[in-house]
Design a protein around this ligand. Structure first.
Ligand code: AMP
Length: 435
């Protein structure tokens, strides 16, 4: 099967050849004809499935025969949860559209950088705007972009967008769009909130790969390594030296941990950089670019980098700290073993994360044998602090509180209150059902 047989014009071939795409992926084979025909689309996008090209290519095909948008208007609106994904989608659009007869304009708009440059770039109108919801609304408020001529709406990583607390902004954006439009929704998971969005947004959609949601690529090996907390950096150094020259994406729980681990690795002679929310947008882009270009061996990241970031040929992911949510585990490890390449995801399990790892495994219906690496064996008795009752996942600083965080807080407040008044059945039951 060729891209052209799916309904794309011949002028895309050269750009696709340059990308090294020989044949459409499964999601592309189904999505491209459906989008060209104008249907709404609902896709369970597996990590590394080629979902970006699955919607960008047919939209470019449609745009080829349409007039350029009016001043400050956009024809296609792609909503994404993070700045990094916005930039990545824009890069894909630019490379796929390189040899189109009609010049197609695209712009990524996201917070954390100057709004003025984005306002100027939108002045003449823009075929495709790729935006994070918050910054998009800021631009609407300043009359820099009008959404009343949007004909195609794409929600990329809808689940992540809702996870990050964008529900309100999303509703606001939807209310600004014209009712007549094509809607494409991509999501890796389908919690209730996403289902509600699907009902509201999509009209008789073509559905793709729904039954394969959360499936991990077969080329991905998961290894759970039991190790003592204070041995984790040594173990990481050992793994790095065992695979010298290979790139590692290492996930940690906090910005401070990212900096600490990077300093230790650099001292030990490894080329390590960080990616987290305390860095300026320019530094974040720089760190990601250097890593993508293979100039950095190790990137130590917080969950900011967990989703949607496409690092070609990344062989190793390490969960130095486990992620807060079981869904984030899948997103993190999905950064490796993309597009059919082999990849390994290591998870470090210290005594205090035993129970949480079991939860991650259970919720994701995984089977992972635990192992110990000679020289880094975990003490058989947990240290006293690991036996302290866990406080439960803490909200990440600087992030909007999730519904669960709010509920948990409410339950805790009510527990404290009821501790004085009587039982706390309601709060416990409510939390259980939400968890
Ligand atoms: P995505 O799921 O859109 O993030 O894409 C994952 C990776 O697959 C990216 O590196 C794409 O460049 C690559 N890719 C997308 N489509 C194809 C294809 N048809 N053949 C080979 N690689 C592809």
């Amino acid at each position: 099967m060729s891209f052209i047989s799916l309904g794309l014009s011949g002028f895309f071939q050269r750009a696709l050849d340059e990308q090294g795409y020989e044949a459409p992926t499964a999601i592309q084979a189904q999505a491209i004809p459906a989008v060209i025909s104008g249907r709404d689309l609902l896709a369970a996008a597996e990590t590394g499935s080629g979902k970006t090209a699955a919607y960008v290519l047919p939209l470019l095909e449609i745009l080829q025969s349409q007039d350029a948008p009016a001043s400050n208007c956009a024809a296609v609106l792609v909503l994404v949860p993070t700045r990094e994904l916005a930039l990545q989608v824009e890069t894909s659009i630019k490379s796929y559209s390189r040899y189109m007869p009609r010049r197609v304009t695209s712009l990524a708009v996201y917070g954390g950088v100057s709004i003025n440059t984005q306002m100027q770039a939108l002045r003449g109108g823009c075929d495709l705007v790729i935006a994070t919801p918050g910054r998009l609304l800021d631009l609407v408020e300043k009359n820099a972009v009008k959404l009343n001529q949007v004909r195609h709406l794409i929600l990329d990583e809808a689940d992540r967008m809702l996870d990050l607390g964008f529900a309100e902004e999303l509703q606001k954006v939807l209310s600004l769009l014209p009712p007549q439009r094509q809607n494409l929704l991509f999501s890796a998971t389908f919690p209730e909130e996403v289902d509600a969005l699907i009902d509201k947004l999509l009209f008789n959609p073509v559905t793709i790969e729904i039954e394969r949601k959360n499936k991990l690529p077969e080329s991905l090996t998961q290894r759970a390594i039991e190790v003592d907390t204070e041995q984790r950096t040594s173990l990481l150094r050992y793994l790095l030296s065992q695979h010298s020259g290979d790139q590692f994406l290492v996930f940690v729980a906090s910005k401070r941990a990212a900096n600490n681990v990077a300093i230790k690795l650099n001292k030990a002679g490894f080329n390590a950089d960080t990616l987290h929310g305390d860095m300026s947008q320019i530094d974040r882009n720089g760190a990601l670019q250097s890593f993508k270009a293979g100039q950095t061996q190790v990137l130590i990241a917080t969950d900011l980098a967990a989703r949607g970031i496409d690092i070609p040929l990344l062989p190793f992911v390490v969960n130095y700290d486990l992620p807060r949510s079981p869904a984030d585990y899948i997103h993190r490890i999905g950064r490796t073993a993309r597009a059919g390449e082999a990849g390994t995801a290591f998870s470090f399990i210290d005594h205090s994360s035993d129970a949480h790892f079991e939860l991650i495994v259970k919720r994701n219906q995984l089977t992972i044998d635990r192992e110990q690496i000679p020289g880094f064996e975990r003490n058989s008795t947990p240290p006293p602090e690991a036996l302290q009752p866990t406080k439960g996942p803490q909200p990440i600083k600087g992030k909007r509180k999730s519904k669960k965080d709010k509920l948990r807080e409410a339950a805790e407040r009510s527990k404290a209150y009821e501790g004085r008044q009587g039982s706390s059945i309601w709060s416990t039951a409510k939390l259980k059902s939400e968890d």
